[in-house]
Design a protein around this ligand. Structure first.
Ligand code: MLC
Ligand code: AMP
Length: 504
C-alpha cells in the first residue's frame, strides 16, 4: 500500500456518496465531498511549496474544513500539527518555531497577531474561519479535486501533538502512520464499530481523543459522525436520538447528568458511551447507569501512546478501572526507583509498549530517553496497579500534572509565569477537585519582603500569555510555602488544606 494511513482511513471512501458528517444545521458532508475538498487543500499546500515531511500547524475552529486539512496532510505526506484554539499567540509562537512548521493556518481574527510569529519562524500563513472561508479556501478553490497520494512508509511521521512537561517546555510527540492506524484498527475491533454507527462527536479535534480516537475509528469503518463545533448540552440532547455511540471526557457526562432531560428514554437506542482523558468518578459511573441503564465504557490513553487499555465491550465494565491492556499493547507496573516489574496488586508506575507507542519527542533526544526505554516501554507517569482479575486501576500520577475538563495543565508552566510577576518571591500551582472540570488550577504566591503583589495585574499577565483553561481560578497569597526537610515544596499539604475550595 502506498500510503497505508491515507488509503485505509480516507482513500477507500473517495468515491462514496455515503454521509460522513451530519452538521448541526442539518446539512451533510459525504465522504466523496470531504475527500474532494481535502485533495484541493493538498494541491494548495504543494503549490505553496510544502513537501512531504514538512510540518503544517493549524489553529482553527472545528469544522469539516479544518478536519479536511488533516486528511490533506496525510494524503500529501505532510506532518499535521493541530493546536488548541485556546492557545495565545505566544504559545503558538513556540509550537511553530519548535516544530519548524512551513505553514501556519489560523483563524482570520488571529492573523494579525500570528503574522509576526509565522514570519520570524519562516512559515507562511493562511486563514480558515469557522465557516470554512479564508485565504486557504481562496488558494484551494481553483485546484483539482484529485491529488496523487504521496507514498509513505509505516514508520513515517503522520502528526505531531504537543504535550507539556514537568519542565514547562512543551514537547512534540512524533506519531507515525503505524501508531495511528494500528490503534484505530484495534479500537474498531474491541468497541465493535461498524459502518452503521453514527458517532456523536462533540470533542475538540486538536487532541488524541477527538482526532485519532473518535475520528479515525469512524473513518476506518466508513460510518458517520454528528459533528458538533463543541460540546453543548442542548445540542447533545437534541441530537443524541440520531446517534448510536458517543465519546467524551467525564465533564460531558457529569454535565449531561445535571440535566433532567437526559434519561433512559433519550438514550434507549444508544449502543455505547465511552469516557476517557481524565478519571471518571465511580460515583458518575453508578449514577449514569441508574439514570440511563448504560454502563459507560472507560478507557485510558495518552498523547504519546494513543489508547492503551479499555474496559471490555462484552463483559464487566468496572467503575474505577480502565480495563485491560488492548490487544497488541503490553502493560506492566514497575518500581519507579529501579524500573523492575512489580508483582500483581502492587502500585507502581505504568509502562506500556506496542505499535501504538510514539517515536519520540521532536528534537529532544534526552527527554525521549528519559521516558521511552531502549526496549520500547514508555514510562507513562501514571501510577497504578493490576487487580486480581487483570483490570488496570490508575491510582495517581508520578508527574506534576493537572487535568481540567480533559485538558492537561503542567503547573510548572504557570509557576514560571507567576514567579516572574513583580512582588512575587515564589509560587506553587496545584490542582484541586472541581465539580465540573474534575480538577481546577489554584495558584499560591509568596510575596517578596514588604511587597503586596497586584493579583489583578497577575491575572492579566496570565491572560496575555497562557490559554484560558490554564489560568488559576484562584490566587492565594501565603507567607511561605510548606516544604519538607529537603526543601521541596509539599504540594500534598496544599492539596489537603485547600482541596475543598470548589466543593459543591
Ligand atoms: C473551557 N474552559 C476551561 C476548560 N474548557 N477551563 C478549564 N478547563 C477546561 N477544560 C474555560 C472557558 O474558556 C471559559 O472561560 C470557562 O472555562 C468556562 O467555559 P465553559 O463554557 O464552561 O467551557 P466549555 O467551552 O463548555 O468547555 C468545557 C469542555 C471542554 C469540558 C466541554 O474543555 C472540552 O471539550 N474538553 C475536552 C478536552 C479533550 O478533548 N481532551 C482530550 C485530550 S487527549 P471564561 O473566560 O468564560 O471563564 C488525552 C488522551 C486521552 O487526554 O486519553 O484521551
Ligand atoms: P494527554 O497527555 O493529554 O494525552 O493526557 C494523558 C493523561 O490523561 C494520562 O497520562 C492520564 O494521566 C490521563 N488519563 C487518560 N485517560 C484516563 C482515564 N481513563 N483515567 C484516568 N486518567 C486518564
Amino acid at each position: 500500500m502506498a500510503n497505508p494511513l491515507f488509503d485505509t482511513l480516507f482513500g477507500c471512501h473517495a468515491r462514496k456518496d455515503t454521509v460522513f458528517l451530519h452538521l448541526q444545521d442539518g446539512s451533510v458532508v459525504t465522504h466523496a465531498a470531504f475527500l474532494a475538498r481535502a485533495a484541493q487543500y493538498a494541491n494548495a499546500f504543494i503549490a505553496a511549496g510544502l513537501q512531504p515531511g514538512d510540518r503544517l500547524a493549524l489553529q482553527a475552529e472545528k469544522s469539516p474544513q479544518s478536519l479536511a486539512v488533516y486528511a490533506a496532510c496525510i494524503q500529501a505526506g505532510i506532518v499535521y500539527l493541530p493546536l488548541n484554539t485556546g492557545y495565545t499567540a505566544s504559545e503558538v509562537s513556540y509550537f511553530v518555531e519548535n516544530s519548524g512548521a512551513r505553514l501556519l493556518i489560523c483563524d482570520p481574527s488571529k492573523a494579525d497577531d500570528l503574522k509576526p510569529v509565522a514570519q520570524s519562524a519562516g512559515a507562511s500563513i493562511l486563514t480558515l474561519d469557522a465557516a470554512g472561508a479564508g485565504t486557504l479556501q481562496q488558494s484551494a478553490a481553483g485546484m483539482q479535486t484529485q491529488f496523487d497520494t504521496v507514498a509513505r512508509g509505516a514508520d513515517d511521521l503522520a502528526a505531531f501533538l504537543y504535550t507539556s512537561g514537568t519542565t514547562g517546555r512543551s514537547k512534540g510527540a512524533m506519531l507515525t502512520q503505524t501508531n495511528l492506524l494500528s490503534n484505530a484498527q484495534t479500537l474498531v475491533d474491541v468497541w465493535q464499530f461498524t459502518k452503521e454507527d453514527v458517532l456523536l462527536h462533540a470533542l475538540p479535534i486538536f487532541h488524541t481523543h477527538g482526532l485519532f480516537v473518535a475520528t479515525n475509528v469512524s473513518l476506518l469503518t466508513g460510518g458517520a459522525m454528528i459533528f458538533l463545533p463543541k460540546f453543548d448540552v442542548e445540542a447533545v440532547i437534541d441530537l443524541l436520538p440520531q446517534a448510536s455511540a458517543m465519546m467524551g471526557v467525564p465533564t460531558f457526562y457529569t454535565r449531561l447528568l445535571d440535566d433532567a432531560r437526559f434519561d433512559r428514554d433519550l438514550v434507549a437506542h444508544m449502543r455505547l458511551f465511552i469516557s476517557g482523558s481524565a478519571p471518571l468518578l465511580a460515583e458518575t459511573h453508578v449514577q449514569f447507569e441508574a439514570r440511563t441503564g448504560h454502563r459507560i465504557l472507560e478507557r485510558y490513553g495518552m498523547t504519546e501512546t494513543n489508547m492503551n487499555t479499555s474496559n471490555p465491550y462484552d463483559g464487566a465494565r468496572r467503575a474505577g478501572t480502565v480495563g485491560f491492556p488492548l490487544p497488541g499493547v503490553e502493560l506492566k507496573i514497575t518500581d519507579p526507583a529501579t524500573g523492575d516489574a512489580l508483582p500483581q496488586g502492587e502500585i507502581g508506575q505504568i509502562e506500556v509498549r506496542g505499535p501504538n507507542v510514539f517515536k519520540g519527542y521532536w528534537q529532544m533526544p534526552e527527554k525521549t530517553r528519559e521516558e521511552l526505554r531502549a526496549d520500547g516501554f514508555f514510562i507513562t507517569g501514571d501510577l497504578g496497579l493490576i487487580d486480581d482479575q487483570g483490570y488496570v486501576q490508575i491510582v495517581g500520577r508520578n508527574k506534576d500534572l493537572i487535568i481540567s475538563g480533559g485538558y492537561n495543565i503542567y503547573p510548572k508552566e504557570i509557576e514560571v509565569l507567576l514567579d516572574d510577576q513583580p512582588g512575587v518571591l515564589e509560587s506553587a500551582v496545584i490542582g484541586v477537585p472541581h465539580p465540573d472540570f474534575g480538577e481546577t488550577v489554584v495558584g499560591f504566591l509568596v510575596p517578596e519582603k514588604g511587597q503586596d503583589p497586584d493579583l489583578e495585574r497577575i491575572d492579566r499577565a496570565a491572560r496575555a500569555d497562557l490559554a484560558r483553561f490554564k489560568h488559576p481560578r484562584k490566587l492565594i497569597v501565603l507567607p511561605e510555602l510548606p516544604r519538607n526537610t529537603m526543601g521541596k515544596v509539599q504540594k500534598n499539604v496544599l492539596r489537603a488544606e485547600y482541596g475543598q475550595l470548589f466543593s459543591a
